[in-house]
Design a protein around this ligand. Sequence first.
Ligand SMILES: Nc1ncnc2c1ncn2[C@@H]1O[C@H](COP(=O)(O)OP(=O)(O)O)[C@@H](O)[C@H]1O
Ligand SMILES: [Mg+2]
Length: 553
Amino acid sequence: MIDSFYNSIFGEIKKVSPEELRDSCFSTAREFADFLRTSLGPQSMQKVMVSSGGMYTATSDGKAILQRFDLAEFKAKHPVARLMVELAKTQDYEMGDGTTSTVILACELLKGAEKLSRAGLHPNVIASGYMMAMEKAMHLIDTIAVRLEGVEMLRNIARTSLCTKYSTYENAGLENVVSEAVECITDDSRVNGTRADPKNVHIFKRMGGDAVETGLYRGFILGKGVMHPNMPREKKNVKIAVIDVPLTLKRYDGVFGDKTDYAVAVNSMEEAFDMKKQERIMLDGAAGKILGAGAEVIISRKSIDEGLAQRLASKGIMVVHQVPTREDLEGVARAVGAKIVSDLQNMKPEFLGSVKRIKEWKYEHRTLVVIEGSGEVQSVSILIRGGTHQMATESYKAVYDAVSTTCSAVNSGLVLPGGGATEMFLAAELRKYAIGVPSKKQLGVVAFADALESIPRALSDNAGMDTMLTLMQLRERHSKGSHNTGLNSITRRITDTMKEGIVEPLLTKKLILKGANETARTVIESDDIIYGDVLQHRIDEELKQLGESAATE
Ligand SMILES: Nc1ncnc2c1ncn2[C@@H]1O[C@H](COP(=O)(O)OP(=O)(O)O)[C@@H](O)[C@H]1O
Ligand SMILES: [Mg+2]
């Protein structure tokens, strides 16, 4: 089906009928759901991904799988596949976790819509039914949310997220590291808004060692050493400048810009010396702006001249240059409360940050720098170890998800039972609610409930449980009001998941539902497809003109 659709778009035939479009969308959704469902939960299967160069990686991380899908030549060209990739990206951007769940749910909603559509229900009625169910679910979900209290609960949230990627043994150390990290960066003085920002937890990965050797360090770890041997290796309670501007005249990284060659003809040694002197005056002038503002430490994304470094060293200034990435630079700036400066002429004392302690650290064969800011909110680093590059990367993804999820729980202050319990509760309540809906939308509400059950179904399948029996038992327990009943994939038992510490943040779950519903509705409500960037360009132009005329009115 997808092949014919693909051919019809990119091959000879240019137009597809609404039926063909809908069929191809539904079949892509079906394939996607089947493809991804085995990657959900603690006992999930891995996907082996082989790059064109023959490198292979294995992962069960939904986001990583879909990222690869984004690059794939063939199926990814289908608009539904692209929508799913976008959905995963949004979920990851907003919450950092729940990517697999939201895509599975969106695809299951489309599968439900396919059945209803074949039975003759108009797409708009299905979409309205889904919307009704969604609104009801948002109210219902609040009724079972529980206040997040105590460190144990934080640990449970971290464990629930981590155990989808790790065995229980490896998980044990990591859940403590993650929950402690989030505790450190939580600003309790903030009642509303972001109390815990995952950006303040810097995850730093290194090859070598074992994943269980992962540790927590106060401060920001930078993968670079101090620039010059004569510079101090440690400083305490000083001002720090974070800059993104080169302090060198070198060809590739200097003030002449990237890859700009320059040549100057000189007629005598005096002229050459004079030029060197001018260079020195220029660089010292630029550095003087930083020192004048009061900085004793300089962290720069770009290069700093060797000669200048020597002069700075003699003044007791500590410099770390060529910081690996812009994100690292932003992380340092956040940790010390500095503003990144890209124009030294505008350097002001208020742009500087404060450090409690900055120290060079020899770690195995590497030289690192740990920066501890002296702001209210701590910045912490989690150092991830992994025997191979792939293991370190997998650990990084798992810890990233767990940190984001734990922060999300702190920010909403509310958590839900995991292991499919919340989905079973919502499905049961929505079916009751559907009976009172006096229109065909009722069928949409029921289909929404069915789609929700796909999450416990996938968890049970992946754990090798008897899924039909599991679902019947779950339904029976929920009909008696036992809304925390879900399944524990590790013990393969039906249980009170809240009591067993399988918990998830309310915010993440709400976004999973919203994102899935919106994506499914976008597809259901479409009946034609128009290709071409030219058209988009024209739409943009028209919108711009409209905006301009509205502004002049
Ligand atoms: N011990 C457990 N038993 C059963 N389900 C679990 C357990 N731990 C986590 N889960 C469930 O796994 C799902 C998340 O799986 P995961 O692979 O991380 O996907 P996602 O990308 O959606 O976060 C959630 O529904 C969560 O409740
Ligand atoms: Mg997860």
